[in-house]
Design a protein around this ligand. Structure first.
Ligand code: ADP
Length: 621
């Protein structure tokens, strides 16, 4: 026996051990999913063989009928899942059944909470795959031979799920893989023909490969096919029940929760394709993982080609799960080819419309609040990313607003417009770092007084959102913290007229020479003494903070201090003779304006000292 064929024992990668512990401990109440996972692997392996055989016919080895067989033994307490797919070489068995190659593994472990119920939901989303075998088995034996290899190059992999596996080269005439589960004592009930048929029907009916089992009954012989063996998406919509759609979703997405909605269509005409898209009930744990690029399975002529999403749906719809099946692409289509392909462009455009249509339907229902809280932040990216559908996406946006004291985002732009003031020309918004900072911003005082609604934007993506969404249905979107608000009523108009020769304003300007671009009397303020305002084309203070926080260089740009001439603090300042004292108060005015909008002071200790000096002086005076 050469070294190569020797039996050797190997340790699992530490992440596999961690996953195995989790699988065994937290999936107890969903134990039956082991069968779905193994059948799905078998079906994938058959898909891979078909795909490889497109360029090398000999891989079929004169057995081109694709089959999955399922069997069990009461006597030995075993279940066997067998396929005649691509199979595994010795190296592949070591590699694929001893490590977790999937992207997002690190994020997955990082997102675990230690709470068994929550973690079992996460693990469901992650997809336990092959390791699900250990939920019900205390010994798993995999025997396989890769299509195209000699029959002496079979492999046997075996493990009791304790952190190690053994691997050995064996002879195997048949290509493909056989997985034997030696059932745990408390899982013996699964070695039962009735139950296995039931589970296959429930979880694997849509697998397009026939699953065969020996016939049951005293004098029955031979095998029978126990699933429908047609891909679910190719069936007629009217023949598919909601339960079937839901089960299919769970198998597709590894999500235990029900999908919120789905849209299934057979498109005919210039291009023919079938699509089935699901909107999940909850955001997947890796929604913010930039590497993640899965979610949509692409089939060409029923053959699984790749799991992709970016080529088929834009990134802002990355939470969608589903299937596309078309005859219009070549079978050997690659990722690179997809990037510049007219057919995929047409499928993509059509798919976006279908998904947006599905979201629009949810928007009319009570589920939209839930949808928005799960996916709203991602959908906002659509305004930035998808120029063609910008208006459609904009209609789906929801915001918090000054109409409401809670941060619930439930105001649409259409609703805002429907109740705007008659002569109001702009849609007003404010962007701040957090709901509280937005809601209490001094910039909104005059809007409150004039009873003009302002949208409160308080998520990091909002800065980019408003820089792309400058108009909606003929109305401009305008920041309440930018520019001189000429349009805000005539009441304050007179004050501005005096502003030019207002001595107080001049004095403040001199005192703050290096800190502000200008000082002017405000039309915005009713209660606060002062606030800082950016120019119409200037970056907002919030965006500056976000950019600085991400380590980007931001050019220094001074803003305008607006003062509330009516405020007692300013009236007090008017009477100061001592220029030093005046300068201290002017600094305080500037610094409290920075603080009130959630900003950071350049010299916080200096501010505290100035404030204390002023307080003590007043106390002693
Ligand atoms: P996933 O299927 O999500 O990649 P699994 O843990 O289910 O993860 O399987 C790991 C790998 O093991 C698969 O990617 C595949 O390469 C291999 N594998 C599992 N089952 C089979 C099978 N029946 N035939 C061939 N290869 C298989």
């Amino acid at each position: 026996m050469t070294l190569e064929t020797q039996k050797e024992t190997r340790g699992f990668e530490s992440e596999v051990k961690q996953l195995l512990d989790l699988v065994i401990n937290s999936l107890y109440s969903n134990r039956e999913i082991f069968l779905r996972e193994l059948i799905s692997n078998a079906s994938d392996a058959i898909g891979k063989l078909r795909f490889a055989a497109l360029s090398d016919d000999s891989l079929y080895e004169s057995e081109s009928d694709m089959l999955i067989t399922l069997d069990y033994s009461n006597e030995h307490n075993t279940i066997t899942v067998c396929d005649n797919g691509i199979g595994l070489s010795r190296d592949e068995a070591v590699e694929n059944l001893g490590t977790i190659a999937r992207s997002g593994t690190k994020e997955f472990f990082g997102s675990l909470t230690g709470d068994q119920r929550k973690d079992s939901e996460l693990i469901g989303q992650f997809g336990v795959g092959f390791y699900a075998a250990f939920i019900v088995a205390d010994r798993v034996v995999v025997t396989s031979r890769k299509a195209g290899l000699a029959k002496t190059e079979g492999v046997r992999w075996e493990s009791i799920g304790d952190g190690e596996f053994s691997i050995e080269t064996v002879e195997r005439a048949k290509r493909g893989t056989e997985v034997i589960l030696h059932l745990k004592d408390d899982a013996k009930e699964f070695a039962n023909g009735f139950q296995l048929r039931e589970l296959c029907k429930r979880y694997s009916d849509h697998i397009s490969i026939p699953i065969q089992m020996p016939k049951e009954g005293e004098d029955e012989e031979g095998v029978e096919t126990i699933n429908a063996a047609t891909a679910l998406w190719l069936r007629n919509k009217s023949d598919i029940s909601d339960e079937e759609y839901q089960e299919f979703y769970k198998g597709l997405s590894y999500d235990f929760t029900e999908p919120m909605s789905w849209v299934h269509s057979h498109v005919e005409g210039k291009h023919e394709y079938t699509s089935l898209f699901y909107i999940p009930g909850a955001a997947p744990f890796d929604l913010w993982d930039n590497e993640r690029n899965r979610g949509i399975k692409l089939y060409v002529q029923r053959i699984f080609i790749m799991e992709e999403s970016e080529q088929i749906l834009p990134r802002y719809l990355r939470f969608v799960r589903g299937v596309i099946d078309t005859n219009d692409l070549p079978l050997n289509v690659s990722r690179e080819l997809l990037q510049r392909n007219k057919v995929i462009d047409a499928i993509r455009a059509g798919s976006i419309k279908k998904v947006l249509g599905a979201i629009e339907r949810i928007a009319k229902s009570d589920d939209y609040a839930k949808f928005w809280s799960e996916f709203g932040r991602v959908l906002k990216e659509g305004v930035i990313e998808d120029f063609d559908n910008r208006d459609r996406v904009a209609k789906l946006l929801r915001f918090s607003s000054t109409r409401d004291s809670l941060p619930d985002a439930d105001v649409s732009l259409e609703e805002y417009i429907s109740r705007k003031k008659e002569d109001q020309e702009n849609i007003y918004f404010i962007v701040a770092d957090g709901f509280g900072a937005a809601k209490n911003s001094p910039h909104l005082e005059a809007f409150r007084k004039a009873d003009i609604e302002v949208l409160l934007l308080h998520e990091p993506v909002d800065e980019w959102l408003v820089s792309h969404l400058t108009e909606f249905e003929g109305m401009a979107l305008k920041s309440a913290a930018h520019g001189d608000l000429q349009e805000l009523g005539s009441e304050q108009e007179e004050q501005t007229n005096d502003a030019e020769d207002d001595k107080l304003v001049e004095r403040i300007k001199n005192a703050l020479e290096n800190m502000v671009a200008d000082v002017r009397v405000s039309r915005r303020l009713t209660d606060s003494p002062a606030c800082l305002v950016s120019g119409d084309n200037q970056m907002s203070a919030n965006l500056e903070r976000i950019l600085k926080a991400t380590g980007q260089e931001v050019p220094d740009s001074k803003r305008t201090l607006e003062v509330n001439r009516e405020h007692p603090m300013l009236q007090c300042m008017d009477h100061f003779q001592d220029e030093d004292e005046f300068a201290t108060w002017a600094s305080l005015l500037f610094e409290q304006s920075v603080l009130a909008e959630g900003g950071r002071l350049e010299d916080p200790a200096g501010f505290v000292k100035r404030m204390n000096d002023a307080l003590l002086k007043m106390a002693s005076g």
